[in-house]
Design a binder for this molecule. Structure first.
Ligand code: SF4
Ligand code: SF4
Length: 509
């Protein structure tokens, strides 16, 4: 548990792991020259330093207002593992985990039709094929939907490149059959650009969103990140195909690397706005670090959430400022208030505020846009939901409903007033979807690696991998610690796979 210490410069303590031997070690998080750093010492492998958050002012604002949340998640009523070695080795989800699964992820293959220099997970690099069977995937879906009290209802098929599986449409149908409301497919878009009929089949099967790898509109960053220089027209073709097949929900997923594509954020946002009939969201993911770097190099190479926020402020000429962002756990009071009003459970985004940040931009017909913070007081909005929640748990339902009506007075435009009303009265997933179609969301999530891992963050993670061993693990612990072991347990050699299928590993099967 983190303890805040009152003093001039910010300083708290948490727990991390040694990046070399992976033992649990204490971690100090502290302020220096306007930046938040971390330092940790392993008895065997000595000291490690890293940038935790690139801007102390934003960090302290998030920490003060959203860290000491009035509601901390309860995790699962039915954890899948026990407490044996402690976090992060008991994943999971173990009884210590604090947040239920909001988004489940299933890797359906590690095969890929690209060979990105930044990826070490694809079959070509790992030298084996990890491809769970159809029935194993159905079981993983069942496992996610068995979570209590909130049965996961949002799922991403990922990989590798999931579109290399010809049975992906059937898997999407299985997810829908199991009660998953929102199914998304994470893809580099290669097959979707050239095979529109396959794309259509995914949509018909029930794919709600395409989570499209998109590193910008210049080929140079693509060459550095992906090792190819023909990707921009391919991504544009995917967008065109989506429009033709009627898919109106694409997330542009940007892997953000310092001195590679950090000058491209403004143009990517403009591109999303221009294509807002099909693009719902830009999701920016600062790149995770591999290898061992010295303290000065680490400080030089790291790009963190506030760095991206400041770049966006510069590159949108101040249209989206640093104060227009809120942390990933901002929706918690909305879920809790709605729970009182509708007497049902809602997904709880009780993640750590330093894991991610988001804003929405509301776009006018002429393409100009404003962040939602300029149209509605989002903090008063959230506070009203807290008031609804507290009135409700005191048994004052009438007061809760009165508080809710106050919400409408906060909206400064008819559009938002109408949409708020819709969400509040319907209280449904569809109503939220309708709200989303009027805006473009910009999100940033900084996934952790062994250098900056904060166990306080991973224990609150809401994005979870389901795996064939019957476990569900936090995204960041899975990728940093567990992935290799799990995959090897279920993998076959590339030669065994190719002789069984008669195909190359980068071909659709
Ligand atoms: S990350 Fe969560 S599930 Fe994994 S060991 Fe830690 S608390 Fe348990
Ligand atoms: S995936 Fe990683 S960065 Fe995102 S919420 Fe989970 S722990 Fe935080």
């Amino acid at each position: 548990m983190v303890e805040a210490k009152e003093q001039e410069k910010f300083e708290i303590y948490s727990t991390s792991i040694c990046p070399v031997c992976q033992r649990r070690i204490p971690m100090r998080i502290y302020e220096e020259d306007g930046v938040i750093y971390l330092e940790k010492t392993c008895p065997e492998h000595k000291e490690f330093e890293d940038v935790y958050w690139g801007d102390a002012e934003l960090y302290k604002w998030f920490f003060k207002n959203w860290y000491t949340a009035r509601y901390v998640g309860d995790g699962l009523e039915n954890p899948h593992t026990g407490i044996m070695k402690g976090c992060p080795y008991d994943c999971g989800l173990c009884p210590q985990h604090k947040t239920h699964t909001v988004l489940g992820i299933i890797d359906v293959t590690n095969r890929c039709n690209m060979a990105c220099p930044i990826c070490f997970a694809y079959a070509g690099a790992s030298n084996y094929v990890y491809e769970p069977s159809y029935s194993q995937i159905v079981e993983m879906i069942r496992n996610l939907t068995s979570n209590k009290p909130w049965a996961c209802n949002s799922l991403q098929f990922s990989g590798g490149e999931p579109t290399l599986r010809n049975d992906l449409p059937d898997l999407i149908r299985e997810a829908k059959k199991a009660g998953i409301r929102h199914v998304e497919v994470n893809s580099n878009g290669l097959r979707l650009a050239e095979d529109k009929e396959y794309f259509r089949t995914l949509k018909k099967a029930g794919m709600d969103t395409l989570y499209l790898q998109f590193d910008g509109l210049r080929e140079e960053p693509c060459r550095k990140l992906r090792g190819r220089t023909d990707l921009v027209p391919i991504k544009e073709k995917v967008i065109e195909n989506a429009r033709e097949i009627g898919l109106k929900s694409i997330v542009l997923v940007v892997t953000l690397a310092k001195n590679v594509n950090d000058k491209d954020l403004g143009s990517i946002i403009n591109y999303a706005v221009k294509n807002r009939d099909v693009v719902r969201c830009v999701n920016i993911q600062p790149i995770s670090m591999a290898g061992r770097a010295r303290k000065e190099e680490m400080r030089e190479m790291r790009i963190t959430i506030p760095d991206a926020i400041k770049l966006i402020e510069e590159q949108t000429q101040g249209a989206i400022t640093r104060w227009d962002w809120r942390p990933v756990n901002w929706p918690v009071p909305v879920s809790k208030g709605m729970e009182i009003l509708k007497s049902r459970t809602y997904p709880e985004f009780t993640m750590h505020p330093m894991c991610g940040a988001a804003t929405f931009i509301v776009v006018e017909d002429d393409g100009s846009y404003k962040p939602i913070t300029k149209i509605i007081d989002v903090d008063k909005f959230a506070n009203t939901f807290w008031e609804v929640y507290y009135a409700g748990i005191r048994g004052e339902k009438t007061l809760a409903k009165t508080k809710l009506l106050n919400l409408l007075s906060l909206a400064k435009s008819d559009l938002i007033r109408g949409l708020v009303k819709n969400v509040v009265t319907k209280g449904s997933y569809e109503a939220l979807g309708e709200l989303m179609y009027k805006m473009v969301m910009i999100g940033i999530m900084h996934f952790q690696d062994v250098w900056n891992m904060d166990l306080d963050r991973v224990q609150k993670c809401a994005i979870h991998y389901a795996t064939p061993d019957g476990k569900i693990r936090s995204f960041c612990t899975y990728n940093s610690l567990h992935r290799n072991d799990v995959e090897k347990q279920f993998a076959v050699s590339i030669s065994e796979w190719t002789s069984k299928t008669g195909r190359k590993v980068n071909e659709p099967v």
